[in-house]
Design a protein around this ligand. Structure first.
Ligand SMILES: *Cc1c(COP(=O)(O)O)cnc(C)c1O
Length: 393
């Protein structure tokens, strides 16, 4: 008999009842060090006092009004994002998937407005993840996500991650946009080297192609800059944001230049909940905290500490781990043992990690994790690794 919750997830037998900072409490009282942060969502950890306060104040004042009216918290968040990024304008969604929907629509509408309506093709890459909607799965294109869900939304060209020749051949005057994650998350913490991101930007300029970056997972301070593409010194035309921006409250956004947003006039797009006062009150507080230079400097310092300790962990368990990869506090342990065995062993030791494709264990801690918690985390992972059957066993 089917479960009362549609069984699309295979869940661990863990029930968390409260959280504080980097820690979660299970209903049996055990404490878990959370290195998953709801998959890069709880950027400021659990129950951050400033976010609890912002949400509480907004909840007492007003929960919801339609986008038919001005929403001050939404205006505040949009202004902050425009001030701190490449973008001239922002649209708010409830999720990364919805941000993908608008990014695709916006890119196509742009070419329609420019009098080149045949320019609809969007280039994407193997191992990518852009959400679970019809556009999202068509964009990613993997069999795992698309099988049985056809007919798929047309107009996506899928290239092998890192195949420069294929990319040069595929970029034509039919190409509307290139859509890429600066660091693939679900794909297994696979960073696009800065030189490649620059090369992509040049290619886009050369053909007039719009560059869409999906920073749903790697954005909002996770890599030690507010957005990951800043490391490469390039800027996109359109960017998808979600996960960390709401700190745990459902919130996403599409950021765009004025040029890329050409054509997105009144009536062309909308959302009932997108930009809701509760979500934006929290989002405005998140960006106020994460966008601060001193905060980002701390993320970088702690990221270096964590990486160094993880290198030691890999060296200590050469039959379980292969390498550390990623950037900032978006780290992956490429495994030799089975990644899900490592995650399961972590549950036994009281540490939460997240599996990803390419046999990787993801570490996406709260950006507020302390030095002491980093040391504890690596000790717990060390204990977990000792329980795992290695590749040579
Ligand atoms: C999680 C994710 C999405 C989808 O976001 P949802 O909020 O789950 O809809 C899209 N792109 C990337 C890179 C993601 O990590």
């Amino acid at each position: 008999m089917i479960t009362s919750i549609l069984p699309t997830y295979s869940r661990a037998l863990l029930t968390f009842v409260s959280g504080q900072g980097s820690w979660l409490v299970e209903e049996d009282g055990r404490r878990f060090l959370d290195l998953g942060a709801g998959i890069a969502v709880n950027a400021l950890g659990h129950a951050h006092p400033a976010l609890v306060k912002a949400l509480g104040e907004q909840a007492n004042a007003l929960w919801h009004v339609s986008n038919l009216y001005n929403i001050p918290a939404q205006q505040k968040l949009a202004d902050a994002l425009v001030e701190q990024t490449f973008a001239d304008t922002a649209f708010f969604t409830n999720s990364g998937t919805e941000a993908c929907e608008l990014a695709v629509k916006m890119a196509r509408k742009y070419w329609h407005e420019k009098g080149q309506p045949e320019r609809v093709e969007i280039i994407t890459f193997s191992g990518s993840f852009h959400g679970r909607s019809s556009a999202g799965i068509a964009a990613a294109g993997s069999e795992k996500m698309t099988k049985g869900f056809g007919p798929l939304l047309p107009g996506f060209t899928h290239l092998e991650f890192g195949d420069h020749d294929a990319l040069n051949a595929a970029a034509t005057d039919k190409t509307a946009a290139i859509l890429v994650e600066p660091i693939q998350g679900e794909g297994g913490i696979r960073p696009l080297p800065d030189a490649c991101l620059k090369g992509l930007r040049d290619l886009c300029h050369q053909h007039g192609i719009l560059m869409i970056l999906d920073e749903v997972q790697c954005g909002m301070g996770r890599t030690g800059k507010l957005f990951a593409h800043e490391w490469a010194g390039v800027a996109p035309d359109i960017m998808m944001v979600a996960k960390g921006i709401g700190g745990g409250f459902p919130l996403g956004a599409v950021l765009a230049t004025e040029n890329a947003a050409t054509g997105m006039t009144a009536g062309t797009h909308g959302s009932t909940y997108g930009g809701n006062p509760l979500a934006c009150a929290v989002g405005a507080k998140v960006i106020e905290i994460v966008g601060d230079e001193a905060f980002l400097a701390e993320v970088n310092r702690k990221a270096a500490l964590m990486r160094q300790k993880l290198e030691g962990l890999v060296a200590a368990h050469p039959d379980v781990f292969d390498a550390v990869r990623g950037a900032g506090l978006m780290l992956g342990l490429k495994c030799k043992a089975t990644n899900t065995d490592v995650v399961a062993a972590g549950y036994g030791q009281g540490v939460l990690t997240v599996p990803a494709a390419d046999n990787v264990v993801r570490l996406l801690p709260a950006l507020t994790i302390t030095d002491e918690e980093i040391a504890t985390a690596v000790d717990l992972l060390d204990a977990a690794a000792s329980q795992v059957k290695g590749a040579d066993a």
